[in-house]
Write a protein that binds this ligand. Structure first.
Ligand code: MIC
Ligand code: SF4
Length: 643
């Protein structure tokens, strides 16, 4: 078996391990962050289970830490009290980005991790089967329920040789994205192998698995080997190590080879992580802002490298350099060894340990500005400025550019510094609050920002509605439910957020949907790529959206639509997309029967009342998902099944 199969087999609850078929796996650990967490805990509470049933569940506060009003602070109080009551560890704001901290302090090779954030696969860097999902799926897992997914195909990524100086793990994953694109990983696990693996540290591996999310992959995973063991030892938890490797005769569905020594510093250009060029091709592009941090590139070695490169230098006068170390551990170590002073004296602006600019929480660039970031996503508008041009680079390229004021290949800086992994990390978990031993008497505090979330109803006899919007390929969840410093505080208030749904594509969409009393979204390929935010399904539900008809869907978003009872219909004939006009009236007759038939592979006929066309579509659903859709979503289904 390969590693993926071993991890799945040891957690398999039901289903056959045949690619594409639905399987269910036991979840050992969960993580949530604050912007998806409030919803996940409200849903967990609605399930009425007193105590989590996982081995470890951790709630992080890392996204909404700007606290421009009472909303964030209210949500944090809610999460702190609800977790205390139900047996979940609480990582306070300031402790760092969920994925970075989880890797350092809680992740264990051989275990499964389900997180309400699409970059949960960061844990694959330490040999976990770590998957991103919607909040409701995470709530179910906390309650001891299995996680359902389509058995993935496994793509072996063979790494040969070793990275040359100035070339980084970030450049490796950008190279994978260049070859496979943002939909190249859909339905797959990217499993790393080959002699190059042992040359990469755990944080480097985690940078690569983190950005597997940008490929649309179910997850990515590295073996657990001596390097993993050394990392865990340095974190004071060697006892958490187990070895994990593929059998010699393991079989894979696909294979690609990446020669590490042939990679050059790369850059993802606006507005997609797969729009890759060589840094040297774009040299001299003037840069206005450089932001270093995010769950992709904020580890100790990343930050020490940044400090070494900045030491004794000054940031270009036209560049604003902002740096957010990934965790309190990293920040603390930089402070203790003096590297923080080097960063500060070079003129960098230090942000707290959190997501910050990555999700548009502050540091929005100026109009038309060029911003270089070490983040994983550069979707249009995500930085908080629609006209900004965001380029994704490694920390090394980021610093070289911050110093010169132009996009600069770090090779120009001379000899690359060699930063070793520490033998001992500074371990101090005093910002992690354990749950109350007995949660019964804990009072859960709810602020006025927490509003009831929309609930769907059973499928009616006929589903009717108009084409409310028609969008192109690769629409991201940042288009569907934008996040920025103004909107992120409202993640517990879906009625408020709904008024911004899909507005980057069409500002009139929410008003039109409300006026029409709901209807359908028409979309191209890979609809819903990006984040795990359930809000990208909840906001359309609030507006009465009944179905999305698309050429194809991204994995997590499709699961979120089903969990909320919205039909993810796939065009059988792509030309039907071309014939649809805004305002066309659709009807799905005998809806329940057609949905039932879809689980058996039959098509669902959507009638266009304007043209009289019958549009054949597919619902790629299991029998369980059929029942969820018929019930009007996972919550209704769970309640019905409990009767
Ligand atoms: C992101 O990077 O887009 C986020 C913000 O971390 C999201 C979660 C969210 O929308 O709250 C993700 O990746 O799932
Ligand atoms: Fe936070 Fe950015 Fe990572 Fe999302 S991608 S978890 S916003 S740092």
């Amino acid at each position: 078996m390969n590693i993926t199969e071993k991890l799945i087999k040891s957690h398999l609850v039901s289903g056959e391990m045949v690619p594409g078929k639905e399987i269910a796996i036991k979840i050992d650990q969960t993580l949530t962050q604050d912007s998806t967490g409030t919803m996940a805990y409200l849903q967990f509470e609605a399930m009425g289970i007193p105590r989590v049933k996982t081995e470890k569940s951790v709630a992080y506060i890392d996204h909404n830490t700007l606290q421009t009003g009472f909303e964030n602070a209210d949500d944090h109080k809610y999460i702190q009290t609800v977790t205390k009551k139900h047996g979940i560890y609480f990582s306070k704001p300031g402790n760092g980005i969920c994925h970075q901290v989880h890797l350092e302090r809680f992740g264990k090779p051989g275990k499964t991790l389900l997180g309400s954030d699409s970059h949960t696969p960061t844990g694959g860097g330490i040999g976990m089967l770590a998957i991103g999902a919607g909040g409701l799926d995470v709530a179910v897992a906390m309650g001891g329920g299995a996680y359902y997914l389509a058995m993935p195909q496994v793509c072996r990524v063979v790494l040969t040789g070793k990275l040359s100086p100035w070339v980084t793990a970030k450049d490796v994953i950008l190279e994978v994205l260049r070859r496979l694109t943002v939909k190249g990983g859909v339905g797959k696990v990217m499993e790393y192998a080959g002699e190059g693996v042992k040359t990469l540290s755990v944080p480097q591996r985690a940078t690569i698995t983190n950005m597997g999310a940008e490929l649309g992959a179910t997850t990515s995973v590295f073996p657990s080997d001596e390097v993993t063991k050394a990392f865990l030892r340095a974190q004071g938890r060697e006892e958490d190590w187990v070895e994990l490797k593929a059998d010699d005769d393991a079989v894979y569905d696909e294979e690609i080879t990446i020669a590490l020594d042939e990679i050059e510093p790369l850059v993802a250009c606006p507005h997609s992580p797969d729009n890759i060029k060589k840094v040297s091709e774009l040299k001299d592009l003037a840069v206005d802002q450089v932001a270093i941090g995010s769950c992709t590139n904020s580890s100790y070695v990343d930050m020490m490298t940044v400090a070494a490169l900045l030491k004794g230098k000054t940031v270009d006068p036209n560049v604003s350099l902002v740096i957010a170390p990934g965790s309190k551990q990293v920040m603390n170590m930089l402070a203790a060894n003096g590297a923080l002073a080097d960063i500060i004296s070079a003129g960098a602006r230090i942000l707290e340990c959190g997501c910050g600019p990555c999700i548009g929480m502050g540091q929005a660039p100026a109009t038309n500005a060029v911003s270089l970031r070490t983040v994983n996503r550069n979707f249009e508008g995500r930085s908080g400025t629609k006209s900004a041009q965001v380029y994704i680079v490694s920390p090394e390229t980021a610093v070289a550019s911050a110093l010169s004021g132009k996009l600069t290949d770090p090779h120009t800086l001379g000899e690359a510094p060699v930063i070793e992994m520490p033998e001992h990390f500074l371990v101090n978990d005093n910002l992690v609050i354990p749950p109350a031993p007995e949660g019964e008497c804990v009072k859960v505090v709810r602020g006025p920002n927490i509003q009831p979330f929309p609930k769907n109803t059973k499928v009616p006899k006929e589903i009717k509605g108009e084409a409310l919007i028609k969008v192109e390929d690769n629409i991201t969840t940042d288009h569907i439910m934008p996040s920025n410093a103004k909107l992120l505080p409202f993640r517990s208030n879906v009625p408020y957020l709904a008024d911004y749904c899909l507005t980057p594509c069409d500002p009139d969409f929410p008003a039109r949907a409300k006026k029409a009393g709901g209807g359908f979204i028409i979309a191209g390929q890979n609809y819903g790529q990006g984040s795990s935010r359930e809000h990208a399904a909840l906001a359309p539900l609030q507006l009465g959206v009944k179905g999305v008809i698309a050429k194809s869907f991204a994995r997590i978003h499709m699961a979120n639509l089903i969990n909320n009872g919205i039909l993810p219909l796939v065009f059988v004939n792509e030309w039907d997309y071309d014939n649809i006009k805004l305002g066309d009236e659709f009807v799905i007759k005998y809806a329940a029967d057609q949905i039932a038939g879809a689980a058996q592979g039959q098509s669902v006929q959507v009638t266009n009342l304007r043209t009289g066309d019958e549009i054949p579509t597919r619902l790629n659903i299991s029998e369980r998902q059929r029942d969820i859709l018929l019930a009007g979503g996972l919550l209704n289904y769970t309640k019905e099944s409990a009767k």
